[in-house]
Design a protein around this ligand. Structure first.
Ligand SMILES: Nc1ncnc2c1ncn2[C@@H]1O[C@H](COP(=O)(O)OP(=O)(O)OP(=O)(O)O)[C@@H](O)[C@H]1O
Length: 244
């Protein structure tokens, strides 16, 4: 089957934890499509299945049924279709979390270059790629600093650079703006939108953050393990300051 849009496609995804009387159907029927270059919001109350969905998409846990397509590749079709899930996570999916989780004893450039090096890139190529991304995210001047010397917003931008380092077709962001004030939260959303457009990345942002919800053009609501799509406001965010 061909997938003209690529990006992310999820069809009829289900996840059951446990068995028998104690089984929990965390995902009952999840359907989503995210185009390359698009940033969508995923919103839902506590316990609705958001983390379960991200963990399935990130190949951290195995779904029970359905299909998941990342980029050009079907990765799950009622079972994993790939032998090496570690390589999938490392090379094809970027993760951004609420906390930046930078490696404290590596400088900023090496934090970003590490994943391409692990994927087999030569050191010089990986570091050049890291410097290009740090420049795109406006933190090139901190390239030789240690993570502890950066502000929270700078650390989050380095974490975004790291998520982009292997040019994954997909980025999964879990509450990436929760600890940030309004201006910085909007700046992070602007960066994610710019990066999505520049690198044709499909990005899913799980969030409760009222500050950023108006920025999405499309939102998936998840409730009781089922997704519902709705149009967002898609409010322009180019008035936000450049520095997160
Ligand atoms: N490992 C597990 N074993 C059994 N049930 C689980 C497990 N992980 C999650 N669940 C259940 O699956 C359902 C969905 O949980 P999930 O963590 O995906 O929700 P969430 O939307 O991310 O919630 P929150 O916003 O509170 O983090 C909940 O009923 C939860 O109790």
């Amino acid at each position: 089957m061909t997938h003209p849009t690529h990006g992310i496609r999820i069809e009829g995804l289900r996840k059951r934890y446990g068995e028998g009387d104690t089984a929990v159907d965390a995902l009952k029927d999840v359907n989503m499509q995210v185009a390359p270059g698009e940033v969508v919001g995923l919103i839902g109350p506590s316990g609705s299945g958001k983390s379960t969905l991200l963990k399935c998409l990130g190949a951290v846990i195995e779904p029970t049924a359905g299909r998941m397509i990342l980029g050009e590749q079907t990765i799950y079709d009622n079972g994993w279709t790939l032998p090496d899930l570690r390589a999938l996570r490392r090379d094809r999916i970027g993760f951004v979390f609420q906390a930046p989780y930078l490696i404290p004893f590596l400088n900023v450039t090496d934090n970003v270059a590490l994943l391409p090096m692990l994927a087999g890139q030569k050191n010089a190529v990986a570091r050049a790629r890291a410097r290009e991304l740090l420049a795109a995210l406006d933190v090139a001047h901190r390239a030789e600093a240690q993570p502890s010397e950066l502000s929270g917003g700078e650390q989050q931008r380095v974490a975004i650079a790291r998520a982009l380092a292997n040019q994954p077709p997909v980025i999964l962001a879990d509450e990436p703006t929760a600890p940030l004030d309004s201006e910085r939260a909007l700046a992070v959303m602007r960066i994610l939108n710019q990066m999505a457009a520049q690198y044709r990345t499909a990005i899913i942002v799980v969030t409760h953050d009222e500050k950023i919800i108006p920025t999405f053009r499309r939102i998936y609501h998840i409730r009781d393990g089922k997704t519902h799509e709705e149009a967002g406001e898609g409010r322009a965010i180019d008035l936000a300051p450049a520095h997160a």
